[in-house]
Design a protein. Structure first.
Length: 173
């Protein structure tokens, strides 16, 4: 029997949604998975079309809630720093912070080239191929910069090693 009273219909819908919360969640999740690309395209188009309004709203919100935002940032300083660190690793190298930490454990907390322990106060450098983006391992700052200075070219590195041997520089540490 259809509810003609607007308030009764609204109450019925609210009650029905509350009773079937899990089913609605599952349907919504399945819909988003199935239509991921269409939703992303729509969202992108919306953001492009309403860029100025979104920026204006964001600025107004930040101005209006300046103190609350400041308090939140201060209260959650460590959590925000950890999130930003994890996001930066994911965005730049395509690996999670957990994967990076696993690599560090697998390498025994040592540089993959010189085998020096990583200092506890300095994060190891993620070595990656600049062409493919593939992560190769974790290096100390000196080894990472050294590879970069040799343009990641193994032939040049071999020539450098041969040069040092010719000069009698065979100090192995």
């Amino acid at each position: 029997m259809p509810l003609k009273n607007k308030e009764a219909r609204a109450a019925y819908k609210k009650d029905h949604r509350e009773k079937n919360k899990e089913a609605y969640k599952a349907y919504s999740k399945a819909y988003r998975e199935k239509n991921k690309e269409a939703i992303a395209a729509y969202s992108k188009a919306y953001r492009e079309k309403n860029k100025e309004a979104i920026v204006a709203y964001s600025k107004a919100y930040q101005e209006k809630n300046k103190e609350a935002i400041k308090a939140y940032r201060e209260k959650n300083k460590e959590a925000r720093a950890a999130y930003q660190k994890a996001y930066a690793v994911l965005k730049r190298y395509g690996i999670t912070l957990a994967e990076k930490n696993k690599m560090q454990d697998e390498q025994g907390n040592k540089c993959k080239i010189c085998y020096q322990d990583f200092p506890s106060d300095v994060a190891p450098n993620v070595d990656h191929c600049h062409t493919s983006g593939k992560v190769r391992g974790l290096l100390c700052w000196n080894c990472n910069v050294g590879l970069g200075n040799f343009k990641d070219n193994p032939l040049v590195l071999i020539k450098a090693a041969e040069y040092l041997k010719e000069q009698g520089e065979e100090d192995v540490r």
